[in-house]
Design a protein. Structure first.
Length: 131
């Protein structure tokens, strides 16, 4: 799969899940000329853009564990930067226990929302709205 297609698919997954908490959010990921990944986050007419500050992803890393680790970190970074300090309710709520949030982890090779109390409860990033 071409790098642009891989990043577009990962952006769709991020948009789908983050949209359950931040309605109207759109995430776009693109390669920059200097080999970084540009992350654009748009919500309600405002936009934030930054180049990925973590490890560069080269063409060979846009698959498997490397790209899933990128999705994990990007999900955490975007959610942390979007989350208003006054919101204290857990999100996303664990569907099994209903009293704590799921955490993003790479689980069985895929970025997923995972219950830290019961790791078999895992929802692939991108599938949160369907869980």
């Amino acid at each position: 799969m071409h790098a642009a297609d891989v990043l577009a698919e990962k952006a769709r997954r991020l948009t789908a899940d983050l949209g359950t908490r931040f309605p109207g959010i759109e995430v776009a990921l693109t390669n920059t000329s200097d080999g970084l990944v540009s992350v654009q986050v748009n919500q309600w007419g405002s936009s934030v853009e930054f180049d990925w500050f973590g490890d560069d992803l080269d063409e060979g890393e846009l698959e498997g564990a490397d790209i899933e680790a990128f999705v994990e970190t990007a999900t955490l970074e975007i959610a942390d930067n979007m989350w208003p300090d006054e919101l204290a309710d857990p999100w996303p709520l664990c569907p099994q226990h209903q009293d704590h949030p799921l955490q993003v982890r790479v689980h069985l090779g895929t970025a997923a929302w995972v219950c830290l109390q019961e790791p078999t409860t895992a929802i692939r990033v991108g599938d949160l709205a369907n869980a």
